[in-house]
Design a protein around this ligand. Structure first.
Ligand SMILES: [Ca+2]
Ligand SMILES: [Ca+2]
Ligand SMILES: [Ca+2]
Length: 583
């Protein structure tokens, strides 16, 4: 079979088995700013042929400056560095790419300064992007490499999530510098028959072939020439190219990119842009001509108060959604770092940073505690994806049923399916090389798998099944249920009005604390647990049910919902809730 035929065959296999309707359950959620995710009644049903791509980076860990590496700490604590290129608080260069190198983080990711080969983080990123409804992870291969081992690790995480019946994103490589060689490298490492890192289920197909992006004339004569569907690489500084994929634009509104058939194919949406000098010029040297996270209505906004709202990216989303192309390309997920170079403004003591420099002048969506941005940009992403693509309606529950024993659960629906394996331990070096830091996390304990709810006239029943036998009851952070009974974020703790801790204690949140209310019955058998809550204990359970809930095990900081991104297991994760509604 020649290559073209083989790829056509693969495409058919992909086509037959890919779209098996495994949409994520339409979870609910409200972010720290009180912004509640829209549901099917407002977003509409899933729309055909709408895709969201996001720029994803595999650079982390290389060339990080020693001693000092976080700009959000260096600059506020030692502002003199900005006018002293060799100041000691710039840290120490490390040897990388054939010379001394100093790479800095603009802030700290919620998982610490992780390396791109930290599987624990990669797996979490894939889960978050799956939950968000992202369709394509675009691997940034615009520089000197396709990061084969790290890209392989990413694809292994995607394969693992797909094997659980979830619908994770596919991958596309975006090349630019030495594009022909990079595309050939991608072909040989990933796509070719017998390639070392062969993950065909991870490939995003367009028009019958895996999609790749680069300077197509450079591919002529390479083996990869016939194996892909091509789109042109498009820098924001370059003249508009037909059939190109733009990842950011330096015009407002963004440019609309048409394909060779004349179809409105893709529009970029970016968190921030630097049309008028590097991001560092605006972050540190008073250049007001770039567009930071707070930019909106033609003005820079006030980053101190505006940064958490993501006004700049929202303008970009609103325009893109109105134009309604087939693809929206978001920049980006996890760039985090920039290399420090000598100033380009004629001042030899100035430092220059291109794409990332400060909380305001950076473009990552991945959660962070820096500048108090938390997961606001992530939740905003989820909501905008729903506006663009629609979302499934929430399934209605099966008939009322009295639960006395575990076998009574068999036919109860709907079933909420968590990720499994999201409790695996973390043990990986961070990107910072001095001091050496090893990130560990062993809080994963009970791994939620399947959850159900049932009810009769007297009780509401909760069921959880875990991957392995449930650990012995260890107290208040063991196998908890958090309930937002009025589906109102402004009542209770982060919306949660009641919780059940340690299997047996029903607590109510009032006057700023959790108070014991009643004991409830629970039973455990192997990997199954069920709890019975009499309806009379919770006023909102006296009539037709319409509430939100989350299971949580081994939370480490019960005062912080962001703990659900990191520790133990939560189902659903982060700020998401599962909706149980009879309406
Ligand atoms: Ca789990
Ligand atoms: Ca509430
Ligand atoms: Ca989970």
């Amino acid at each position: 079979m020649n290559r073209k035929l083989a790829l056509t065959f693969l495409f058919l296999i992909n086509f037959l088995f890919a779209d098996n309707n495994l949409m994520a359950q339409p979870v609910a959620g409200t972010d720290d700013l009180g912004r509640t995710l829209i549901q099917n009644n407002s977003a509409g049903n899933p729309k055909k042929d709408k895709y969201v791509a996001i720029f994803y980076f595999l650079t982390h860990g290389d060339g990080t400056a020693e001693d000092y590496w976080d700009l959000s700490e260096i600059v506020p604590n030692h502002p003199e560095v900005l006018n002293d290129y060799n100041n000691k608080y710039w840290g120490t260069p490390v040897y990388h790419k054939g010379g001394p190198c100093t790479v800095y983080y603009w802030g700290k990711p919620i998982y610490g300064y992780y390396r791109a080969d930290d599987y624990w983080v990669t797996r979490r990123s894939v889960q978050l992007l799956t939950d968000a409804g992202v369709d394509i992870i675009v691997i940034d291969a615009t520089n000197a490499t396709t990061y084969p081992e790290r890209a392989d690790l990413l694809m292994r995480a995607i394969d693992e999530v797909r094997a659980q019946g979830k619908n994770p994103p596919k991958i596309v490589f975006y090349t630019n510098a030495d594009s022909g060689e990079r595309m050939e490298e991608a072909y040989e490492n990933f796509y070719m028959k017998g390639a070392k890192y062969h993950h065909p289920d991870c490939w995003f197909y367009l028009d019958g072939y895996p999609l790749i992006i680069g300077h197509t004339p450079e591919a002529v004569g390479f083996d990869c020439e016939e194996s892909f569907t091509w789109r042109e690489s498009q820098l924001p500084t370059e003249k508009y190219k037909t059939n190109s994929w733009s990842w950011t634009d330096f015009t407002r509104p963004q440019r609309i990119h048409f394909n060779y058939k004349g179809e409105k194919e893709i529009i970029s949406v970016s968190v921030a842009q630097h049309p008028n000098a590097g991001m560092g010029e605006s972050a540190f040297y008073g250049n007001n001509n770039n567009w930071g996270r707070s930019y909106h209505n033609g003005k820079p906004g006030n980053p101190e108060t505006d940064i958490i709202y993501g006004y700049n990216v929202q303008e970009q989303w609103d325009f893109a959604i109105k134009e309604n192309p087939k693809f929206i390309f978001v920049t980006g997920w996890n760039e985090w770092t920039a290399e420090r170079l000598p100033g380009k403004d004629g001042s030899p003591e100035h430092s220059w940073f291109c794409n990332e420099a400060s909380p305001e002048y950076s473009r990552d969506i991945e959660p962070t505690l820096t500048a108090n941005m938390k997961d606001d940009y992530y939740m905003q992403l989820v909501n905008n994806i729903r506006r663009f693509k629609g979302v499934e309606a929430n399934p209605l529950p099966s008939e009322k049923k009295t639960i006395k024993e575990f076998s009574d659960w068999n036919k109860v629906t709907p079933v909420y399916k968590d990720y499994t394996g999201d409790t695996q331990p973390r043990n990986c070096k961070g990107a910072q090389s001095r001091p050496v830091t090893v990130y560990t996390n062993n809080t994963g304990r009970n791994d939620f798998d399947t959850m159900k709810i049932a009810r009769d006239n007297d009780n509401v029943y909760f069921y959880a099944q875990t991957a392995a036998d449930i650990t012995p009851n260890s107290g208040d952070n063991w196998m908890c249920v958090y309930l937002d009974v009025d589906r109102n974020f402004s009542t209770g703790w982060n919306g949660y009005d009641y919780r059940i801790v340690g299997g047996s204690k029903l607590q109510k949140y009032s006057n700023g604390e959790w108070k014991d209310l009643y004991n409830v019955e629970y039973s455990v058998r192997g990997n199954k647990l069920m709890i019975t809550v009499p309806r009379k204990y919770i006023a909102e359970f006296s009539s037709s049910l319409n509430f939100e809930l989350k299971w949580s095990d081994n939370m480490q900081n019960s005062n912080d919902p962001l703990d659900w991104y990191i520790n133990g297991d939560a189902a659903p994760g982060g700020r998401f809730n599962w909706i149980y509604s009879e309406k």
